[in-house]
Design a protein around this ligand. Structure first.
Ligand code: NAP
Length: 254
């Protein structure tokens, strides 16, 4: 019997990846890393066309292949067109990285029906419908990566709804992994600790002051730290990894 771990590879030549929400932050880092590994990458964005074009320009300047495709993942009707555009541009789909997500602080007092809907529409419903659309065309060997958060396992009373969405993401990583395993499609969660990104730039100093002392490795995470873990998760090195979520957090317990 052949050993599936005997030929590990980080070589993504010929593979095609969608990274949702990759005009900025962690998603941009993941898109650039997968392109550097050899994949053709669809840089998805909702609003930031210029930033998405800049990510594509950096990838192509480095010799990679990428295209920017607009689709608001929180809107169900915009999801299939993203997969269709990927097939039109690159002819196949091998890797989906469900990265697009929003986070807002809240308290029981400030939660609104609208804030619940906005978080769940993107972080949970969007991730689910993207996975459904991708799974319909992924071949054996395909990989789905869900970007979770450390708050799924150690939630904070300062962001009830965000934490709840990431808890749901971890459950979906397990259930999708179970359903897709027999097709040899893996589903892997990556749970970042605090990472300095565009999304938290306004308060990054305050966050750093709070999180760094709690982080055994003693620094703020960078998008490249998370991208390196995604590179592993989609590679042959992770051939026996599915249905679970890997902490990439410098040891931080939130
Ligand atoms: N930063 C952290 O410390 C941290 C920690 C743990 C987990 N995470 C998770 O990591 C992921 C990325 O976080 P980040 O800090 O990199 O975020 P970010 O800097 O705010 O960037 C968010 C990205 O998602 C896109 N996006 C937002 N809404 C979208 C939608 N409806 N449809 C498609 N794309 C959308 C944005 O594009 P547009 O501007 O074009 O809308 C942008 O490219 C999220 O899932 C987050 O929960 C982050």
């Amino acid at each position: 019997m052949s050993n599936p771990t005997s030929n590990p590879s980080r070589n993504l030549n010929g593979k095609v990846a969608i990274v949702t929400g990759s005009s900025k932050g962690i998603g941009a880092g993941i898109a650039e890393r997968l392109a550097r590994d050899g994949a053709s990458v669809v840089v998805n964005y909702a609003r930031s066309e210029k930033e998405a074009a800049a990510v594509v320009a950096r990838i192509t300047a480095a010799g990679g292949k990428a295209v920017a495709v607009q689709a608001d993942i929180s809107r169900a009707e915009q999801i299939q067109p993203l997969v269709d555009a990927t097939l039109r541009h690159f002819g196949r789909l091998d890797i989906l990285v469900n990265n697009a997500g929003i986070y807002q602080l809240d308290s029981l007092d400030t939660i609104t029906a609208d804030s619940i809907a906005r978080h769940f529409d993107l972080n949970v419903r969007g991730l689910t419908l993207m996975t459904q659309a991708a799974a319909r065309v992924l071949p054996a060997g395909g990989v789905i990566v869900n970007i979770s958060s450390g708050v799924a396992k150690s939630p904070s009373a300062q962001a009830h709804i965000y934490c709840a969405t990431k808890g749901a993401v971890d459950i979906l990583t397990r259930t999708f992994g179970a359903e897709l395993g027999p097709r040899n499609i893996r589903v892997v969660g990556i749970a970042p600790g605090f990472v300095a990104t565009d999304g938290n730039a306004d308060s990054s100093e305050a966050y750093a002051a709070y999180f760094v002392p709690k982080t055994p490795l003693g620094r703020v995470g960078q998008p490249a730290d998370i991208a390196a873990a995604v590179s592993f998760a989609v590679s042959g090195d992770a051939a026996w990894v599915t249905g679970c979520t890997i902490d990439v957090a410098g040891g931080l317990v939130f």
